[in-house]
Ligand binder design. Structure first.
Ligand code: UT7
Length: 328
C-alpha cells in the first residue's frame, strides 16, 4: 500500500503593528542598542495592542494560512495551538480560535512545549493525518510574550516579542512532505526558563505578584549553552532520519532566539549564512510563533518554494527541542 505523503498545504503569519526598538528599551532599562545587536542580533520587536490576546493574533495568521491552502475553516478537522501565553487557562486558545474561525467540524486543543511547541504541533498533526484519523489540521504558534515579560529586567525584556504563524497540514503529492521528526525533552532543566506563579504549585496571591512570579524568568547563559548543543544535534538527527545530507538543505528555518545560536547551528551543519531564514532582527524571539512566522515569511519572500528541502529546528523551556526535515 502506498504511504500517504503528509506536508504543508499553506502558511500564514501576523505580527502586530507596534514596534518596540532597542532605542525604546534604552529608556526603560540600563542597556544600549550596540549591546543588544552584538549579543542577540535583535533590533526591534512587535507588541500587541492592549485589546489583542494570543487568539486574536492566531486568528489573523490562520485566515492567511487557510487562504494560502485554498481551504475554508469548515474543512478543518483539528486545530492545535502551541503557546505559552494562552488567552486564559481554559478554554484553550485553540477552542477560542475554533469559534472565531467558525471551524465547526474541528476538534481543538493547546499544546505546551514552549519555543519547541510548533514543531511538537507539526509532529502531532502529521501523525494524525498519517493514521487517517484527520485530513486537514491547522497548526498555530501564537504568543503575546509582552504580557509575561518584566520590562524592568534587562536580561529578558530585550529578547521577546508578539506574533503568530500558522500552517495547514494535510496530504500532499508524492515526493513532498515531512521526511522526519525529532522531539526531545529534559525536564531536569526546567528551572532555567519558566514562569513559576499562577499554576497549582504557586497560585496567584498579592505576594506572588509582588515577587514577580508571573513573569518569565531565565538563566540566559545556561539556556544559551543548551541551545547551541541541541540545535546542532537535533538538526543532524533529523537529517539522518530523513536520509538527507547537510548539502541537501535549501533553507534552515531555526527558532529565532539569538543570531549567535543560529550561527553556531550553521557552523555545525557547514552551511553558509544565506542558507538560514533569519528575521529575529525585526521580531525578536516569539517563542512558539518564531518558526512558523519565519517559515511564512520565507514563503512570502520566495526564499522557500514548493519542492525545496527545509530543515526546521528549535529549542525552548521544558527543556524541550524539536526538528523536522521536509520538502515544501
Ligand atoms: O527561546 C529560548 C529563550 N531564551 C534564549 O534563547 C536565551 C539564550 N541566551 C541568550 O541569548 C544570551 O545568554 C543572552 C542574550 C540572554 C545574554 O547574552 P550573554 O552573552 O550570555 O550575556 P551574559 O548573560 O553572559 O551577560 C554579560 C554581561 C553581564 O554583565 P557582567 O556580569 O559581565 O558585568 C550582564 O549583566 O552583560 C550584562 N547584560 C546586559 N548589558 C546590557 C545582560 N543583559 C544586558 C543588557 N544590556 N540588556
Amino acid at each position: 500500500m502506498r504511504e500517504t505523503a503528509v506536508g504543508i498545504l499553506g502558511t500564514g503569519k501576523y505580527v502586530p503593528e507596534r514596534r518596540l526598538t532597542n532605542k525604546d528599551l534604552e529608556q526603560m532599562v540600563e542597556t544600549n542598542d550596540e549591546w543588544i545587536v552584538t549579543r542577540t542580533g535583535i533590533r526591534e520587536r512587535r507588541i500587541a495592542e492592549p485589546a489583542q490576546a494570543s487568539s486574536d493574533l492566531a486568528y489573523e495568521a490562520s485566515v492567511r494560512a487557510l487562504a494560502a491552502a485554498g481551504l475554508t475553516a469548515d474543512q478543518l478537522d483539528l486545530i492545535i495551538v502551541a503557546t505559552i501565553t494562552p488567552d486564559m487557562f481554559f478554554p484553550s486558545t485553540a477552542c477560542l480560535l475554533q469559534d472565531r474561525l467558525g471551524a465547526k467540524q474541528a476538534a481543538a486543543f493547546d499544546l505546551s512545549a514552549a519555543c519547541s511547541g510548533f514543531i511538537y504541533g507539526l509532529a502531532t498533526a502529521a501523525s494524525f493525518v498519517k493514521t487517517g484519523m484527520y485530513r486537514r489540521i491547522l497548526v498555530v504558534g501564537a504568543e503575546t510574550l509582552s504580557r509575561i515579560t518584566d520590562y524592568t529586567d534587562r536580561n529578558t525584556c530585550i529578547l521577546f516579542g508578539d506574533g503568530a504563524g500558522a500552517v495547514v497540514v494535510g496530504e500532499v503529492p508524492e515526493g513532498r512532505g515531512f521526511r522526519s521528526f525529532v522531539l526531545g525533552a529534559d525536564g531536569s532543566g526546567g528551572e532555567l526558563l519558566r514562569i513559576c506563579g499562577g499554576g497549582s504549585r504557586l497560585p496567584a496571591t498579592e505576594q506572588s505578584v509582588a515577587d514577580k512570579k508571573h513573569f518569565l524568568e531565565m538563566n540566559g547563559r545556561d539556556v544559551f549553552k543548551f541551545a547551541v548543543r541541541v540545535m546542532g544535534s537535533a538538526a543532524e538527527e533529523a537529517l539522518d532520519k530523513a536520509g538527507l545530507a547537510k548539502a541537501d538543505i535549501d533553507l534552515l528555518v531555526p527558532h529565532q532566539a539569538n543570531i549567535r545560536i543560529v550561527q553556531a547551528a550553521l557552523e555545525r551543519l557547514g552551511l553558509s549564512e544565506d542558507k538560514a531564514m533569519v528575521n529575529l532582527d525585526r521580531y525578536g524571539n516569539v517563542s512558539a510563533a518564531s518558526i512558523p512566522i519565519a517559515l511564512a515569511e520565507a514563503v512570502e519572500e520566495g526564499r522557500a518554494k514548493t519542492g525545496d528541502t527545509l530543515l526546521l529546528v528549535g529549542f525552548g523551556g521544558g527543556l524541550t527541542w524539536g526538528a523536522s526535515a521536509l520538502v515544501l
